[in-house]
Structures are given as C-alpha cells and as structure tokens.
Design a protein around this ligand. Sequence first.
Ligand code: BG6
Length: 482
Amino acid sequence: MSIIATSLLLFGATGDLSRRMLIPSLFGLAADGLLHPDLRIIGTARSALDVAEFRSLAAAALEQGIEADRRPAAAVAAFLDRLAYVSLDANQPDGFSALAAEVGDPARLAIFLSTAPSLFGPTIAGLAGAGLAAQGARLALEKPLGHDLASSCAINDAVASAYPESRIFRIDHYLGKETVQNLLALRFGNILFEPLWNAAGISSVQISVGETVGLEKRGDYYDGMGALRDMLQNHMLQLLALVAMEPPARLNPTDVRDEKVKVLRSLRPITAADVESHSVRGQYAAGAIHGQPVPAYLDELGRASDTETFVALKAHVDNWRWKGVPFYLRTGKRMPERVSEIIVQFRAVPHSMFGSAALQPNKLIISIQPDENVGLMMMAKLPGLDRDGLKLRAVPLDIGLPGAFADVRRRIAYERLLLDLIEGRQTLFVRRDEVEAQWQWIDAIRAGWASTGMAAKPYAAGAWGPSAAIALTERDGVSWHD
Ligand code: BG6
C-alpha cells in the first residue's frame, strides 16, 4: 500500500486547467470525504497572489464548475481552508525554498505540474534542489510533454534525473474517463468478446473523437501542434492500445502498461510511401455547427497556417492477433457533434441460411462521450408471418451506463486521476516507454507529410473532415459510423 500524500503541490494553480478541472475535482473529492483530513493543497504560479486571493480564485472556480446544490457553504469553507499559495518564478531557484517550507514532509508530497514546457527543466531542478524530489515525493506531468520524440525524451530525461519512473505520473486524461476504463471491464470481465477479439472475428475497428469547438483562445499552442499531436498522439493511441492489447495478468501498473506498450510498438509505421493512402489532413473553413455559423480556422487564428485541425489515419497493429485488421482513427475540431466512440466491426457469419435476407455483421459501439453507452448491434427477426421468408433487421442491445448505475455520481476524469496520484496508484498513468513509442510512430507520419508536401485539405466547419476522409475507409468497403 502506497503512502497517502498529505501535501499536494499544484504548479500552474491559477491557470485554465486548474480552474476548470483541478480545483473542482479536488473539491468533489473533499466534499465526499475522500481526501485525507490532513491533506493541504498548495497552489503555486507566477502571479503575486496572497492566500486569501488564491482562495477567492478557487471559490470562483467552484461557482463556475460545480452546481449550486453540490457545494454547501460549509463544504466550500472547509475546502478553501485546505488551500495555501506560494508565488514562484520557476526560473528563480531561490523561490523553491519558500515552497519547501510550506510543503513540510516531502515523503508525503504529490506534485502536479501543469506548466509551459519551457519551465519543465527549471522546475524539476528547483524541486530537486529544495529537497522536494526526496524519497516518496510523486510527480504528475500534464501535457504537452514535448512536441516530438526528441523533445519528449529531453523532458523525460530531465524528470528522470530527479524522480524514478515509479514516482512519475504522466497524465492522459482520457484514461481517467469512466467509459475508457469500462473498456477493460467489457473486454476482460466478460467471456463473450475475447474469443472473437482478433482478426478472425473482427474485420475493422474505428475510433472517432469529434469536437465542435474550434481554437478556443489556444491559438499559439494549437497551431504549433495540430490534431495529430494534440489528440491522436496521446488520447487516441491510448484508446487503440486498450482495444488491441493482450489480456494483462493483473490490473496493476506493470502488467497493464506492458501490454499497452507492446501494441504501440507493433503499430506499422506510416511512412512517406503511404501517407497519401493512409492519412488525411484537414483544416476547417467557415461553416455551421448546430445551425450556428462559425468562422474558418485561419480567421480565428488571424494568420496563414497549414496546421491540420482534422486528421484521419488507417493504422495496422502488426502482430498475430490483428493481422490485416485496419484501425481507422479520426479526430477533429469543428465536427458536427462532440462525440468519442469506438466501433468494433465483427465479421459476417460464415454461411447464411436466410436466403436473400440481408445479414449485417455484428457491431459493438462503445460510446465514451457525451453518451456513456455500450451497444451491440444484433440481427433480430422482424415480427410478421414471413410467408416470403424471414426478414431480419439489426437492433441494438444497449447498456446505457448512467441508467444502469443511476445512483452513482459520474465523476470527471481528473477526480480519479488526482486521487490516484495522492494515493499512489500508477495504473492509469502513462509510462515513459509508451509515450516514446507513441511519438516515434507519430514522428514518422509527420516526416512523411513534410517530405511529400501533403497539405491540409479544407473542410466546411460542421462536416466530418474533408471528403478524402470518407474515401480512406470507402476504398476498403467500410463506412465511418456517423
Ligand atoms: C486535450 C486537447 O488534450 O483534450 C484539446 O489538448 C481537446 O484540444 C481536449 O479539446 C479534449 O478533451 P475532452 O475530455 O473534452 O474530450
């Protein structure tokens, strides 16, 4: 059993992630009595706030992020009481001693780093210099952890110089989502799927993550990354790894991550020779979403750019289990709807006894958000007397998770991830070898795009990317699930 942290140090405590996600999540845990009574939360950032000002920032974040009936005044006051604040310029090593004084015992410390990548190096050096990397101290790292393999290795090396891998918690917030973990329950808690979960039973897999939002005032960050690196390199490859991995022997950090990294290393490289046939880059032009006109990416950005806001890929996992099974991945901004889902397309029955009645192969639809649902499309007989033969139709066998667990509050991903960090559970955090395998695969695609000069094709905001994305699957006789 790991030691439970009694200090949580939040770098970037006044930033957007902290206000939108971390503070409301910590409050949710505190209000449910899940935080150690002694846990203190020490915010730190450049802003010269005093404790009272930081507490009012946190109070405002709770008003914004938590419904009124879930934040009784006493619970809010007790939560705010846990908060302290130390203003710090990470480039000034001297400042870290004040932080260390506030933190107390570093052996019971958890640190959450969500800062600009340029500050990673000085922050790690400052923490180590002030004794805050001592035995027991854990460090969580929020993306972006580099923009390619080399920069990711540099960050990982800097972090490794002070903290061992067993105390590094790399965040991919998709792993904190309830439905993503449900993939493990679905695959390994039921006997139904596993015998068919391979190339003999499955003909293709699709993973789609669509967002309706555009740039959202993140122009500089996003334009430097693009959809491939912002979403696919991390969240979507983690989803793919969970879908494709072998059954881990135990639900522990080593067994689960060993299996995921094998998948990531088995991804067939998409190189210059195949980028045209295996990838699509898109950038949204003006259009409409839910009937509302939205401007083009370039107008939001205010300058010329070839950054992709949409990417679709045809990937292969080159191992025995997945031989010949395409994994189609697509993600984009300004899509028609916000939806994340995984579609597992099973093969057709080997022989149909139903004559001309069309049989549709089974399909498993795992909806991650906004709906949390698992649906299995099955063939059923249409009611009737069938004088001309049986008529069949595909009907869904649905498990709506909120309905099945109506009495349980759905928690946001960061609640679980923060609790796991505080209590020292690493399974849902990404190991160094996984991140590096992810970057290696992504870098090859980007090199292919660069060497072939593959430009982003325009698509109207509100469409599922350029028409080439449809052609990517249709060429194989597969349609995207819309
Ligand atoms: C982040 C990306 O990692 O994930 C954002 O940087 C994206 O661009 C976000 O909007 C999506 O997360 P979620 O949980 O809303 O699907």
